[in-house]
Design a protein around this ligand. Structure first.
Ligand code: SME
Length: 163
């Protein structure tokens, strides 16, 4: 059985290196897209401090549809270009929002959310979805979080193989 180890280091790059190692071990030998998304969301949700939502949206017929997540129930469908998630799809790059109240078009699934980080999932050049993290604190995420979470999405994509 996999047991997530608490990560004590105050250094963010060290924290994400350790978490990346745990995620690799957790997904090793499994390629199912949904099972791996579920375990990735659970590991992130229970490892990162001060987050209230962590989960996936997958692109289906040019619309983002809710996938595995941890946190409160969330909006099921998000149009490309709408909200922070839809913006990440259009930009094809991560979107880091320090204050969601200042982001025009932010979709409030949980009114407690104050900052957000969305990383697109790009497999063989195609966007297949996004990984979305929400926090009840403003400015919870910075560039080190962005780089660390991007590495986690790379591990997820590599484990799943072809999409
Ligand atoms: N806030 C997101 C919507 C998804 S929830 O946060 C889970 C957005 O603006 O796209």
């Amino acid at each position: 059985m996999f047991a997530a180890r608490a990560i004590e280091t105050p250094d963010k790059p060290d924290f994400y290196r350790e978490l990346a190692g745990q995620l690799e071990a957790l997904l090793a030998g499994e390629s199912d897209v949904i099972a791996n998304a579920a375990n990735t969301a659970a590991l992130i949700y229970h490892s990162l401090a001060d987050i209230n939502w962590a989960g996936f949206y997958f692109l289906r017929n040019n619309e983002l549809v809710l996938g595995p997540f941890q946190g409160k129930p969330a909006c099921v469908r998000i149009a490309v270009g709408q909200g922070v998630c839809g913006a990440a799809v259009v930009r094809r790059e991560p979107v880091l929002v320090e204050d969601v109240l200042a982001f025009s078009g932010h979709i409030a699934c949980d009114s407690a959310s104050r900052s957000e980080l969305v990383v697109p999932l790009i497999a063989e050049g195609n966007i297949i979805g996004v990984l979305d993290l929400d926090s009840p604190l403003t400015s919870r995420f910075d560039m080190q979080d962005q780089l660390g979470v991007q590495e986690l999405t790379n591990i997820y994509l590599a484990a799943c193989g072809r999409f």
